[in-house]
Design a protein around this ligand. Sequence first.
Ligand code: SF4
Ligand code: SF4
Length: 249
Amino acid sequence: MKNLKFYSILDKVLKSLNVSYPLDISFIRPSQLIKPRPREPFPYTESIGMGSVKEDYSWGYEDCKDYNSIVIIVMFSDVAVDYYIRETLTPSLMQELNNVYKKEICFYDDYSLIRKEIATLAGLGKIGRNSLFFSHKFGFNCKIDLFLTDIIFDSYTECDDSNYKFEKCASCNICVKACPVNAYSNFEMIDVFNCDKVITPDWDTPEKMCRNCITSCPWSKKLLRKLYAGGVPKNNWLSRPRSKLTNAE
Ligand code: SF4
Ligand code: SF4
């Protein structure tokens, strides 16, 4: 399949959802995920509310081999508690691809694969000192999702994990000082549970929720200002359209 055809199908889905948020996309081969990242394993050992996050990579890396491609999508988002990409865009896109090909060609891993790790491998950004994914286009103002598919694309990103740290962090520590509970340090989340205690009381009022790790970074702020200046809408999670298509399972 030409990557171009994928983009025309994506365009149709975005139009049907009336979505105008910018995206960044990469296609990678699952075989490139077999090699673990050359650093400490990601430390989350249990669910943090987004499905089961595995302690190791065994499930995802093994099962990926059954598919030809992984599509990684990074979507602009400047709000907390935003599951739009996971609940609406990804299932709608998967369903439309299944419709076009008249068969089930897409598979959703339900967050068994760690998004920020794979988005970094796929060349869409780096990991910041706050342990979050810094998108080349959106800074920390983004959400990530992915799905596996039988589709074979005509071109792929070559995965490279040799330099995963966001280079501006080398001479900066602003976000580390901004976290009220010292939840992260040196590119790793070390205390997700204390972060949870800070953010959980504001779950129903996300505009009040602590996002210091995201909003304190000057490089992320710079990108955000540029995006707003380019016409990307601000803080409008409440008005986001829901899927008009039936979600794929
Ligand atoms: S605030 Fe500084 S240390 Fe933190 S992610 Fe941004 S550049 Fe890196
Ligand atoms: S949301 Fe707040 S408490 Fe949680 S890691 Fe970020 S800065 Fe720390």
